[in-house]
Design a protein around this ligand. Sequence first.
Ligand code: SF4
Length: 325
Amino acid sequence: MAQRTLEVSHLNTSFFTERGEVKAVQDVSISVGKGQVVGIVGESGCGKSMIARSVMGLVKKPGKIVSGSITLEGKELTSLSEKELCKVRGRDVSMVFQEPMTSLNPTMRVGKQVQEVIAIHESLPKEEARRRTLEMLSAVGIPEVEARYSAYPHELSGGLRQRVMIAMAMVMRPRLLIADEPTTALDATVETQIIALLKQLAKDGTSVLIISHNLGVIAQLADYVYVMYAGRIVEKGSVFELFDNPSHPYTHGLLGAVSSLRSQTKVLQTIPGVVPNLAHLPAGCSFAPRCKECMAKCGSEQPKLITVNSEHEVCCHLIEGADEL
Ligand code: SF4
């Protein structure tokens, strides 16, 4: 099998607080191939962003990667020193954050911010670095790049600021781009443009891991989807399989909320209850307190991932039951 760009295997990331161990990521395995767009979807607080932070080596104390492996084109990242990780970040793997206004330096011209990424990783003559910066700003669809190079972040629209963030992430042509809620702060028109841009980057060979609570964004972008709940992957599959044949009650709930927003009735469907406190997870299935299908064993036994077909796996006792019939 061809080497995957990113392989995360049995990752466990926890925070050790005065109130106990908060298990933000539990036994998570994900894989992203070259030029593939992989989505992770789930509500806020279910651990999606912590996977991204683990890959980037950005889990800070009192958090730490407890166990598991993260490889980028075969290179193990969890054993790298901070100095070694600094070389990997921005050059081999980059991240685009949710809110460009808080991620960009408000006192620095945007062109200089992109150019600074080049300066960290390569010793290029200034003119060559500037040329490459202008090229990248243009490649992400920023018009009049010479003028925009000298603009401050507050002088640009939200969409242009997000494009600058993507240019910063892409200027070293990393193998993997992680986009954490990249369109959440944008209006619908700009969201469509950013989705088109991320699709194009994947077409050009960049592997993309997109993290979102928005199933609509995931449906438009991703080839493969992981559904996450309370720190675990509860369902995974190709985008067609997952949207055509959702099997986990949580995925049904997420899809129901989207389809109710689109329906004529305008009755907003929600999933009752909230994501459990990750420091005090219930025994058995973490979704049990919110699940309409909950059975006796759901409260005591953690379900395992069951293969539905070659493109689809689900972690639910309902599927185990169907398998036994
Ligand atoms: Fe619901 Fe049980 Fe499946 Fe959990 S294991 S999602 S509680 S049916």
